[in-house]
Design a protein around this ligand. Structure first.
Ligand SMILES: Cc1cc2nc3c(=O)[nH]c(=O)nc-3n(C[C@H](O)[C@H](O)[C@H](O)COP(=O)(O)OP(=O)(O)OC[C@H]3O[C@@H](n4cnc5c(N)ncnc54)[C@H](O)[C@@H]3O)c2cc1C
Length: 467
C-alpha cells in the first residue's frame, strides 16, 4: 500500500482496489492515471513540480496564455479531442480554425494541403510534381498495418531511410521540401534529412494536413481538470523504484527535505527517457538502460511576442522552408477574443526556431534570440518591430523526442524487452512521447497503452471510478 505519511494519497481507505502509482503528471502520466482510475484502480499520481502538465504546461503572463507548442490540434488528434470531451470541457472546443500559410520568396501564401489540388497549389510545386503524391495512398495501403500509430514498433521494417531520401525518391525534391518536410517539422521539430520516413507515414496515416485549430482556452484548463480527477501529489519527487520479491514495487519519495517510501502493485514511469533511467538503479537491464539512454531530443527555442494589436482577424500559422542559417521554423499569429487565451484587441505571435538553430543558439542571451527571430519575421511583417507589449523567450532542452532513422527499430526492441519483463512478473511500465510519437496526442496514447498493459497484467480492479 501507499504507506507514505506526508503524501496526500486520497483513496487510501478503499483498499479493495489494486494500487498503481504513476510518476510524472505530463500528458502521458495524466492520461495513464485517468484511464486507470476510470478502470477502477486506486491510482496515485506523483509530480515533482508544484504544477502538473510537464512540457505541455503553458506560461501565463499579464493575461496572455503562452502555449509552448501553440496548443494546435487537428482532427488527427482523435485521442486528445475525445479526452477533452470525456473530461467534460466543452468550452475548449470546437477548435478555433487556423489558416495555414507558407512563406515563399518573401511572401506569405495561404495553403490548403488537404487535397491533391491543394498540394499542387503550394508555391514551388508544379502540377505534374503534385501528381506523384497520388502514389502515396497506394504506398501506405501496401505497408498495411505496419503503419499503426498506436503500435509504432510495427513499423520497424520500414525504418530504413530518412524522410528526405524517401520523399525525393518517390515524390521528387519539390514535393519533399515544400510539403512533406514542413508537415513533420511543424509537428516534431524534425530535420527531414535525419527523421525516419515512418514519422511522415504516421502523420499522413493519422490525417496530417487536416485543418488545424487552436484550443479555445488555455491548455491549463485541461491539465488541471485531468490532474484533479485523480489523487495527485504535487511537489513530490520519486527518487528510486525497485521490484519487491513478493510482487509489486517499492519506491522512494522526496518532498522538500523529507524522504520516505511507498509500495504499489504496479508503477507507471511517465517521464522523459533520461529521467526514467535515473529512477531504477540496478532494476533495469543493460539493454533497457541502453535503449533509454539512446533516446535523443530536439531542443525547443521559441519567442512569444504579446502584440498591442493583432496582425490578422483569424489565427494563422506560417511555415518557413528550411535554408542554411535561417532561424525561423514557424510562427503562430493568434488574435485575442473575449474570454480567450489572448486578451481581446491584443494579439500573440509565437515564433518557433528551427531545430538546428535552437541547438546552436540554445544558450544565447534572450536579447540575441529575440533579435534574430524578430528580424527574420520582420522580412515578412515589417510592423513586428516595436509591436510588442512584452516578449518572452521559452527554452526547453528536451522539447520533442527525435524520431530519426532507427528510432522505430529501437522502440520495437524496447517493446520486446518490456514484454519479457512483464511475463517474468515485473510490474514497472513506461509511458511518454518518446515511445509513441511527438506531441500531446501521442503522449496521451502512450499513457493509455501503459494503462492497458497494467490492466492486462493485474486483471480488473474493483474500485468504482474516481473521476
Ligand atoms: C518548446 C516545446 C515545443 C513543443 N512543440 C510541440 C508541437 O509543436 N507539437 C506537439 O504536438 N508537441 C510539441 N511539444 C511536445 C509536447 O509538449 C510533449 O510531447 C508532451 O507534452 C510530452 O508529454 P509527456 O507526458 O510524455 O512528458 P512530460 O511533459 O515531460 O512529463 C513528464 C513529467 O514528469 C515529471 N517528473 C520527472 N521526473 C520526475 C520524478 N522523478 N518524480 C516525479 N515527477 C517527475 C516532470 O516534472 C513532468 O511533469 C513541444 C514541447 C515543448 C517544450
Amino acid at each position: 500500500m501507499f504507506g507514505f505519511g506526508f503524501v496526500d494519497v486520497r483513496g487510501l481507505r478503499r483498499m479493495a482496489a489494486k494500487q498503481v502509482a504513476v510518476v510524472g503528471a505530463g500528458i502521458a502520466g495524466l492520461g495513464a492515471a485517468w484511464r486507470l482510475a476510470q478502470r477502477g484502480f486506486q491510482v496515485s499520481l506523483f509530480e515533482r513540480e508544484q504544477r502538473p502538465g510537464g512540457r505541455a504546461r503553458p506560461v501565463i503572463r499579464e493575461n496572455f496564455t503562452i502555449e509552448r507548442a501553440g496548443a494546435i490540434v487537428s482532427a488527427a488528434d482523435g485521442a486528445l479531442l475525445s479526452w477533452i470531451g470525456e473530461l467534460e470541457l466543452p468550452e475548449l472546443l470546437p477548435p478555433r480554425p487556423v489558416v495555414s500559410a507558407l512563406a515563399h520568396r518573401d511572401r506569405v501564401r495561404v495553403i490548403d494541403s488537404r487535397s491533391l489540388l491543394g498540394v499542387a497549389r503550394i508555391p514551388g510545386i508544379r502540377i505534374y510534381q503534385a501528381l506523384r503524391v497520388l502514389r502515396l495512398p497506394r504506398l501506405v495501403a501496401r505497408y498495411g498495418n505496419r503503419i499503426d500509430p498506436e503500435r509504432p514498433e510495427r513499423a520497424a521494417s520500414l525504418d530504413d531511410r530518412s524522410l528526405a531520401d524517401f520523399g525525393r525518391l518517390y515524390f521528387g525534391v519539390r514535393v519533399m521540401e515544400q510539403w512533406m518536410s514542413p508537415l513533420v517539422t511543424r509537428a516534431a521539430l524534425a530535420d527531414a534529412r535525419e527523421a525516419s520516413r515512418v514519422l511522415f507515414l504516421h502523420h499522413y496515416r493519422d490525417g496530417a494536413g487536416e485543418r488545424l485549430g487552436l484550443l479555445r482556452l488555455s491548455s491549463q484548463e485541461l491539465i488541471d481538470r485531468a490532474a484533479s480527477s485523480v489523487p495527485a501529489s504535487l511537489g513530490v519527487c520519486v527518487t528510486r523504484v525497485e521490484s519487491r520479491s513478493g510482487g509489486g514495487v517499492r519506491f522512494n519519495l522526496r518532498e522538500g527535505g523529507r524522504e520516505g517510501f511507498a509500495k504499489a502493485d504496479a508503477i507507471v514511469l511517465a517521464l522523459p527517457a533520461p529521467e526514467a533511467v535515473e529512477l531504477a538503479g540496478a532494476e533495469f537491464s543493460f539493454a533497457e538502460r541502453d535503449a533509454l539512454e539512446k533516446v535523443r531530443y530536439a531542443p525547443g527555442l521559441s519567442l512569444a511576442i504579446a502584440l498591442r494589436r493583432p496582425f490578422h482577424t483569424h489565427p494563422q500559422q506560417i511555415q518557413f522552408p528550411h535554408r542554411e542559417g535561417w532561424p525561423l521554423e514557424s510562427v503562430l499569429l493568434e488574435p485575442g477574443v473575449a474570454g480567450g487565451r489572448v486578451p481581446e484587441g491584443r494579439g500573440l505571435a509565437l515564433l518557433r526556431a528551427t531545430g538546428s538553430w535552437s541547438a546552436a543558439y540554445f544558450e544565447a542571451p534572450d536579447g540575441t534570440v529575440s533579435k534574430a527571430l524578430i528580424d527574420a519575421l520582420g522580412r515578412f511583417f515589417p510592423r513586428v518591430h516595436g509591436a510588442g507589449i512584452f516578449t518572452e523567450v521559452l527554452r526547453e532542452k528536451r522539447a520533442v523526442p527525435r524520431f530519426d532513422v532507427g528510432r522505430y527499430r529501437a522502440i520495437a526492441d524496447f517493446t520486446r524487452i518490456q514484454a519479457d519483463w512483464r511475463r517474468r512478473g515485473r510490474r514497472i511500465y513506461f509511458a511518454g512521447d518518446y515511445l509513441m510519437g511527438p506531441g500531446w496526442n501521442a503522449a496521451l496514447r502512450s499513457g493509455y497503452r501503459a494503462a492497458a498493459d497494467v490492466e492486462e497484467d493485474l486483471g480488473p480492479s474493483t474500485q468504482s471510478a474516481v473521476a
